[in-house]
Design a protein. Structure first.
Length: 211
């Protein structure tokens, strides 16, 4: 690897490690050293994987390098595990010459062990008896609650009011009635206005919905 190319990736490694902190390991491999088992020429935050300058690439990368180096594909955002059990989110990017041959590797390994543990704890904490349902909204007042119930009734029918048939509106009124919407003072006036029906029609739909 040319000295200018190497220096660029060394500076890039330092910048990324500084940006993302001590849990972000950044490694530069030189594949033209003649000894793949000692390919690491720079490493930032090596404590993440326990490696240092003079060590080699991972087993997965080493296997890939056995083939045609012009056909190697970058491997992004995959999970790896260290010998001491850390889980890393890793990306392997091949540094290429003008002919497209891989001459180096730029690798990023971010320790997400603590994040995964936190995610597991949060999932357990936020789990409910019916997690497949959307979270129930908490309204500030009954006016907002009525608005939300009306919108839910429209969503249940599955079409806007302008396209609703009589049967669709009966279905919406049934939902509102079952949800207790008409226990709210003057809810009938708002429902009538929203659906474009009279009070008489509303009561008729309510009777039909009950039957």
């Amino acid at each position: 690897m040319q000295a200018s190319t190497l220096q660029f990736y060394l500076r890039l490694a330092q910048g990324i490690a500084k940006q993302f902190g001590p849990d972000c390991e950044v490694v530069v491999h030189d594949l033209q050293t003649g000894d793949l088992e000692k390919s690491i020429v720079a490493i930032e935050n090596g404590h993440v994987s326990g490696r240092r300058v003079g060590d080699g690439p991972s087993h997965v990368v080493l296997e890939a390098l056995r083939g045609d180096r012009t056909q190697l594909q970058d491997h992004l955002a995959y999970l790896t595990r260290t010998a001491d059990g850390k889980i890393l989110k890793s990306s392997t990017i091949y540094i290429r010459d003008d002919d497209g041959t891989a001459i180096g590797i730029f690798a990023i390994n971010y320790d997400i062990t603590l994040m995964l543990a936190t995610q597991t704890a949060l999932t357990a904490f936020t789990a409910a008896e019916a997690p497949e349902k959307d979270p129930e909204p908490i309204s500030k007042n009954v006016a907002d609650l009525l608005d939300e119930l009306i919108q839910q009734s429209v969503a249940q029918v599955g079409k806007p009011v302008a396209l609703m048939t009589k049967e669709d509106k009966v279905q919406a009124i049934r939902f509102l009635n079952d949800a207790g919407a008409f226990l709210i003072t003057k809810s009938g006036d708002k429902v009538c206005k929203f659906f474009g029906i009279s009070k008489y029609t509303l009561y008729s739909y309510m009777d039909e919905a009950k039957s």
